[in-house]
Design a protein around this ligand. Structure first.
Ligand code: ATP
Ligand code: MG
Length: 775
């Protein structure tokens, strides 16, 4: 143990050795917060604290596994086995299973994934005959989700006129009813959605003091990583559980709070000192992850935020290479740049694929990257997006398995009752649903009693329903004695799913069968793993729990060497030697949807801080001048975040851009008509442009915007920076065709024209990039 403590620096050692009491470690990226948590747990155990009484909550289950492995290395795997570690959702799902009867749920309750929830909400909206364009199921779900995470139950909602008014104002006066129906439907189906796992835990701990006492006594030491991103519901759980012993250690970085849009509350970290008595606060300042260039550049970014705790982050590491900035014409070209850079770096430095990560703001951006990587034969793995378990053929198998465990599960039942086709039509299912709602029973129970209820079904249909019930019940009998692999294999064959897929001889059909094989392989792995651990059976229920709560990072099979592609949100806590942050464009990053208030923009900036600080050695920022968005080719401007980094840390790879910074550093308009780009003259910072442009188009060749080539190849191209373009001009655009200039705004490199095109309507184009000819 001592060896590991010796490896820590002074500031890290202190919180590790502080055994009892409430404590918070606030520190910047890469300063060893997660490492301190890990060593602290091992230290507690070495001091005689029983593993059984330690609870550690992490951002992903993968992070928990890695932590556990490291602790096993230090204290031995037998000791570490009993540690409770995982995400909030997985830990509390486990607790809910053993206490579910108190809340009226079966212990084998289903966990609905977001697809199931959206389906259930869609069905409700349809039943209520509401307009789907106004009541968009995903939006409705996210609203309900935010209520649940703020502990606003249906009852609380109806007691709160303000909330109802707000929903009425946003044209959704019946949202409360949908919420109520959804909650009832889930309950009837014996199902909880993700948010319920936290909401119901809170309910359990507040309504049942004896349950609270039991877990308070059990978890004497509680540790939380990434505390800055806990939501109100999570906050209350931690608060309640730690109330008795107050041995609570949370670590976080306010600068990395990036989940406000999902209800995370940064005040949880800011107010921690007030919540407990005698809180010890620790700060770590030395970053071990990244080069000086990266650490210092990241500091200059986060400095721009007003709402923040003052923190110092420094590193003893080398300066390392500068952050490379690359501009390309299109997103496809951006992809090619990234792929060929990875290719070259791999060759030159003999690096493996796993040393590279490509991070983006939205999942949709992965496509261009994927195309380029595939062309270069570079293996990659995408995290996030549609996961393996959500693919249709896999989800079909899983829904049968869900029914085996919980036949009340309505979403599962509706999905597979007539797949493969067995002659149970939509009308029959509708009748069953209506009857189930009427009798306040599940559809399965209605089916079990189909002889006793008059649904005006013919005898053939009744027989089919009874056959289905019999089939599921026969699976249940088998499941009592067999492991997860056996039952899954049996279900895939006996339901006719595999035969159904075999009918489809196309490559897609074959791929689906392979996926089912892959699922079976995974289950085999699982059951054998379970046996190794403690001779357990490897039961289906345990496997399904893993599946329901697996985040995408969890399924990482580390033996494959691949470039990692993921959203920045998902990359939190991770590190890679080479990181590409792509799509560094206005409206994309910062996102157009998150720029209306300062606090939204600050969250985007924190997201950028997270992105950059994932890099150990080399960071790249790339952007494209045009990209397809919503199916349309759109012009884009470089992100303001590039501008915000002190220029001394940047190296522009695209020649014309050398030393050229796009936007004025001063955003306000107090300078009236003055060419804002001139203002740079007054504010040179080390490494920033040696010579700014002059309004007349200065003579310096290294910084002359006149030198920016008009993109159009036509000889008649207007030199737009000479202000030749006037309102009323008729122009030709390469893609949009003919249009009339309605208005001009901005100055210098920021100059924009509002143009009405014959096809496509009015567009605002940045003249610096616009491919325009005056005709
Ligand atoms: P983030 O804010 O991104 O979650 P963090 O503060 O949790 O970062 P860690 O992931 O714990 O930081 O540590 C960053 C890197 O620095 C890891 O590779 C870790 O092993 C290494 N590290 C941390 N402390 C030390 C130390 N004292 N000596 C050497 N390496 C260290
Ligand atoms: Mg960490």
């Amino acid at each position: 143990m001592q060896k590991y403590i010796d490896q820590l620096n002074e500031a890290q050692r202190e919180p590790v050795l502080q055994k009892d009491g409430p404590m918070i470690i606030i520190a910047g990226a890469g300063s060893g917060k997660t490492r301190v948590l890990t060593i602290r747990i091992a230290y507690l155990m070495s001091q005689g604290v029983d593993a059984f009484s330690i609870l550690a909550l992490t951002f992903t289950n993968k992070a928990a596994r890695e932590m556990k492995n490291r602790i096993s290395d230090i204290v031995g795997s037998n000791e570490a086995k009993n540690l409770w570690m995982g995400t909030f959702h997985s830990v509390f799902a486990r607790i809910l299973r053993s206490e579910s009867d108190k809340l009226g749920y079966p212990s084998n309750f289903t966990i609905y994934d977001s697809q199931d929830s959206v389906r259930a909400i869609s069905a409700i909206i349809k039943e209520m005959q509401l307009d789907r364009d106004i009541y968009k199921p995903k939006q409705v779900l996210s609203r309900i989700s935010s209520y649940k995470n703020s502990l606003i139950t249906v009852k609380a909602y109806f007691n709160n006129p303000e909330l109802q008014e707000a929903d009425a104002m946003s044209k959704k006066p019946r949202l409360g009813e949908i919420y109520q129906n959804y909650v009832e439907r889930c309950f009837k189906a014996g199902a909880m959605d993700f948010d319920d796992l936290l909401l119901k835990t809170n309910e359990l701990l507040t309504r049942f003091p004896e349950v609270l006492a039991k877990y308070q006594n059990r978890f004497r030491y509680i540790l939380v990583d990434e505390y800055q991103d806990t939501n109100h519901s999570q906050y209350l759980i931690v608060r309640a559980l730690s109330d008795k012993f107050q041995n609570i250690c949370v670590v976080g970085d306010d600068a990395q709070s990036i989940y406000a849009f999902r209800g995370a509350n940064i005040n949880n970290i800011l107010n921690f000192q007030k919540d407990y008595e005698g809180v010890k606060t620790f700060r770590l300042e030395q970053n071990y992850r990244s080069t000086k260039n990266i650490v210092e550049a990241a500091n200059t970014i986060i400095d721009k935020n007003k709402t923040k705790l003052d923190k110092i982050v420094w590193t003893a590491n080398d300066f390392g290479p500068k952050i490379k900035v690359h501009r390309s014409l299109t997103d496809a070209e951006e992809g090619r740049f990234v792929a060929s850079t990875i290719f070259e770096q791999k060759m030159q430095q003999q690096l493996t694929n796993g040393k590279f990560a490509i991070l983006y703001r939205t999942n949709a951006q992965s496509r261009a990257m994927e195309d380029a990587l595939r062309k270069r034969d570079i293996p990659y793995r995408i995290y996030g997006g549609l996961s393996f378990y959500q693919r249709k053929e896999i989800k079909d198998v899983l829904c049968y398995l869900r029914l085996v465990l919980n036949p009340k599960d309505e979403e599962a039942l509706v999905r597979v009752i007539n797949y493969p086709h067995r002659g149970i039509g939509d009308t029959t299912v509708e009748k069953l649903t209506v009857a189930a709602n009427h009798y306040k029973r599940s559809i399965f129970e209605v089916m079990q009693n189909i002889d006793k209820i008059d649904l005006k079904l013919n005898s053939g249909t009744k027989q089919k329903l009874q056959d289905f019930v019999m089939m599921i019940q026969s699976f249940q009998v088998i499941n009592e004695n067999q492991d997860a692999f056996y039952i899954t294999d049996h279900v895939a064959k006996k339901t006719g799913l595999v035969q159904e897929l075999k009918k489809d001889a196309t490559p897609e059909g074959m791929a689906k069968i392979q996926n089912i094989e892959e699922l079976l392989n995974g289950i085999k792995d699982f059951t054998e793993g379970q046996r190794e651990i403690d001779g357990a059976r490897g039961a289906l229920s345990e496997f399904m729990e893993d599946v329901a709560l697996a985040t995408d990072l969890d399924k990482d099979t580390s033996d494959e060497d691949r470039v990692a592609l993921m959203t920045i949100h998902l990359a939190k806590g991770l590190e890679f030697p080479h990181v590409f942050v792509v799509g560094m464009e206005e409206d994309l990053f910062p996102s157009a949807m998150s720029m209306s208030t300062r606090s939204e923009l600050e969250e985007e900036r924190r997201l950028f801080y997270v992105a950059l600080t994932r890099a150990e050695h080399q960071a790249y920022l790339t952007y494209a001048q045009s990209r397809y968005r919503w199916g349309k080719l759109t012009d884009s401007e470089p992100s303001r975040f590039i501008e915000e980094i002190d220029g001394q840390y940047l190296e522009y790879l695209t020649p014309e851009e050398n030393n050229y910074r796009y936007k004025p550093m001063i955003d306000s308009d107090i300078f009236g008509d003055v060419d804002k780009s001139k203002l740079r003259l007054a504010k040179p910072t080390a490494g920033t442009p040696p010579s700014p442009p002059t309004a007349e188009g200065g003579a310096r060749t290294d910084f002359n915007i006149r030198k920016l080539k008009p993109v159009s190849s036509n000889s008649g191209a207007a030199n737009l920076f000479d202000n030749k373009l006037l309102t009323g001009n008729i122009v030709m655009h390469e893609r949009f065709g003919k249009g009339e200039v309605l208005n001009l705004e901005g100055v210098g490199a920021d100059k924009k024209a509002e143009i009405k095109f014959e096809v496509g309507g009015i567009k605002k184009l940045l003249l610096r990039f616009a491919k325009l000819d005056v005709i």
